[in-house]
Design a protein around this ligand. Structure first.
Ligand code: NAD
Ligand code: MG
Length: 405
């Protein structure tokens, strides 16, 4: 039955790229949605502006000092928004009686506890935080089922597949394979021997999407697609050999499903996250997203190619982890998070990201089956420490530069 009255939303990571796009869609439908909670890590000013516009009852920030500063600003504006802080407060928001739907849009492993808390509380979860599923797939999906939660993917590829699966979503009957499209990012055709020299800003300049910096670097290395194949494996209960990645630089087809009869269904649209967000927010209904209509006549062509795994070693590593049963996916994700941050801080080369991840995968044992959240975070911490150690032993960035010339 369609519930009347408004859908009450808690948006975790509201100051990010996905968070902002979500609020853009929400603002178009004041009759449908009420924002009950917003959270941010450090972007206090942005969060303050969102409080003025959306009037949530509660906000969560990272640290006490920021909470105090934000509270002061809110009171000066005569808002009585409750302000809390810290990781436990995020979990409390995600499982609160005050919301129906949780938008999980925190980046990285930091989003896992709150995403899982939402699942445990049986919420409707709009999941952008793919790292959570990569880290905890089996546990997460089991929790969703056990607690009657509803999991809707915001990631554009997975949202596309969700739409293309239609009535086959639950049983998977007749589904032959999932085809994830990948733009190939900013370095799809760049001379291979120049990848050593690319800067963080170049890596973050994605040709089709404007996103947070971590996922932008992941798109440039194609680690993003690696994480997404693992995400698809868990979301749709699909074995590795039936998940395919195809390069499609225009990002118009967001992904496809191939059926036993060789029908292939695709979902198309302009590359704008507000489409999958609006889809998931209103599901099973359809609402305006604010996205411009797709004009097919203005598209010169749609092209496709197999990914070059020697150009994109991070994709190769991710596909290997998936093929080997995902036991190393916590290490893959954690080492990548550390390496990407080091690259963004100017500490390592772009090409060292894959080296750090590969080395960490070599050195650490995979996680045993049937693990719990504590085991996952222990493996996560070990992989982070290992990645830091590997980075410390890399030849100094300056020395590498000298070696190149
Ligand atoms: P972003 O960096 O723009 O925003 C991240 C949000 O998380 C911010 O609100 C930030 O305050 C919060 N945050 C960061 N670290 C935190 C921490 N330690 N604790 C609590 N909150 C923290 O990132 P984004 O691009 O919006 O991506 C968010 C998630 O969505 C990622 O998992 C990403 O892979 C996924 N995703 C993003 C896009 C996109 O178009 N941006 C598309 C598909 C999937
Ligand atoms: Mg995606």
């Amino acid at each position: 039955t369609v519930s009347h009255g408004t859908q009450r939303l808690a948006i975790l990571g509201s100051t990010g790229s996905i968070g902002g796009s979500t609020l853009d869609v929400v603002a178009r439908h004041p009759d449908r949605f009420t924002v009950t909670a917003l959270t941010a890590h450090r972007s206090i000013d942005r969060l303050y502006d969102q409080c003025l516009a959306f009037r949530p009852a509660l906000v969560v920030v990272g640290e006490a000092a920021d909470a105090a500063r934000l509270e002061q600003k809110l009171r000066a504006a005569h808002l009585d928004t409750e302000v809390t802080y810290g990781a436990d407060a995020l979990c409390a928001v995600a499982s609160s009686q005050e919301c129906d739907t949780v938008v999980a849009a925190i980046v990285g492993a930091a989003g896992l506890p709150s995403s899982l808390a939402a699942a445990r509380a049986g919420k409707k979860i709009l999941l952008a935080n793919k790292e959570a599923l990569v880290m905890s797939g089996a546990l997460f999906m089991r929790t969703v089922v056990e607690h009657g939660a509803t999991l809707l993917p915001l990631d554009s590829e997975h949202n596309a597949i969700f739409q293309c699966l239609g009535t086959c979503l639950k049983s998977g009957a007749g589904v032959e394979r999932l085809i994830l499209t990948a733009s190939g990012g900013p370095f799809l055709t760049r001379a291979l021997d120049s990848l050593d020299e690319v800067t963080p800003d170049q890596a973050c300049a994605h040709p089709n999407w404007v996103m947070g910096r971590k996922i932008s670097v992941d798109s440039a290395t194609m680690m993003n697609k690696a994480l997404e194949t693992i995400e698809a494996h868990w979301l749709f209960n699909m074995p590795a050999e039936r998940i395919e990645v195809v390069i499609h630089p225009q990002s118009v087809i967001h992904s496809m499903v191939a059926y036993a009869d060789q029908s292939v269904l695709a979902q198309l649209g302009n590359p704008d996250m507000r489409t999958p967000i609006a889809h998931a927010l209103a599901y099973p209904e359809r609402i305006d997203s604010g996205v411009a209509p797709l004009d097919l006549t203005r598209m010169a062509n749609l092209s496709f190619a197999a990914p070059d795994l020697s150009r994109f070693p991070c994709l190769r590593l991710g596909l290997e982890v998936l093929r080997d049963g995902c036991a190393a996916s916590v290490t893959l994700n954690a080492a990548n998070e550390i390496a990407v941050e080091a690259f963004l801080q100017g500490q390592i080369r772009f090409t060292a990201i894959a080296q750090v991840v590969e080395e960490a995968l070599h050195r650490l044992p995979p996680l045993a089956a049937h693990h719990q959240l504590e085991d996952i975070f222990a493996a996560d911490a070990a992989a982070r420490a290992m990645a830091q150690q590997i980075i410390r032993h890399l030849p100094a960035f300056g020395a590498q530069r000298v070696a190149v010339h």
